[in-house]
Design a protein around this ligand. Structure first.
Ligand SMILES: [Zn+2]
Length: 113
């Protein structure tokens, strides 16, 4: 039957040609982290990748490090504050106004006003 020959011909041409590459997984390395709650976190990353210094513990959310005896502390103990928030902590609004006036005066002097 001619149709049988056509099917066999198609199968020969479409056979996978490089089975070795398909079955060998990329090389991996195991990296172990510990958080402050003594949770052990094992991750697998590509062998040629640089392991991150800190990994978030999936059990408690604390940052975990590769040194079991010295896990990292909380990265962010207090909520994020903008630069302006820190400035406002150090200076009152009146001080800010005085500084602004000083700066404006200096600017005007430079301009020769
Ligand atoms: Zn943990």
């Amino acid at each position: 039957m001619p149709s049988g020959n056509v099917i066999r011909g198609a199968r020969v041409g479409s056979a996978p040609t490089r089975p070795d590459e398909r079955h060998q997984p990329a090389p991996r390395q195991n990296v172990t982290y510990w958080c402050r709650n003594h949770h052990q976190v094992d991750i697998r990353i590509a062998a040629d990748a640089e392991p991150p210094t800190v990994w978030d513990c999936p059990r408690c959310g604390l940052p975990a490090g590769q040194d079991a005896q010295n896990p990292p502390g909380r990265v962010r103990a207090e909520p994020y504050k903008s630069h302006l928030a820190y400035v406002k902590e150090r200076r009152t609004a009146e001080e800010g106004e005085a500084l602004l006036n000083e700066a404006l005066a200096a600017l005007r002097r430079r301009r020769g006003e």
